[in-house]
Design a protein around this ligand. Structure first.
Ligand SMILES: [Zn+2]
Length: 111
């Protein structure tokens, strides 16, 4: 099966999300702030004691969750706003030039 143009657009935008994510989360403080915020998912521990991240939209670590959240924000904002409003609001704040720390704080105020 070949990728459709829509699929290619999603993959490309997801990869752009990684570009953004590596810059947003480059500071370990911001990485843990976002990871622990619950906006993009939750850190959990398996029965065997192995840590993992259960991200939104089927993602398995913070970076993937942010990249996929960004792709969804760009390509399907109505879906994101309805189903994951915190993610939507986070990117809206980032687009406005809000720092990661303040974006997390502001998103928490919507809860
Ligand atoms: Zn990815």
């Amino acid at each position: 099966m070949k990728l459709t143009d829509t699929m290619k657009q999603h993959i490309f935008t997801h990869e752009l999300g990684h570009f953004l994510e590596t810059r947003l989360l480059k500071n370990p403080k911001d990485f843990w702030l976002v990871s622990d915020s619950g906006i993009f998912g939750e850190g959990k521990v398996t029965r065997r004691g192995d840590p993992y991240f259960e991200g939104i939209l089927g993602t398995f670590n913070t970076g993937e969750a942010v990249a996929e959240g960004y792709a969804t924000y760009r390509l399907n904002p109505t879906f994101l706003k309805k189903n994951h409003p915190n993610v939507y609001n986070f990117f809206r704040e980032i687009e406005r030039g809000t720092s990661v720390k303040n974006a997390v704080k502001k998103v928490r105020r919507y809860w």
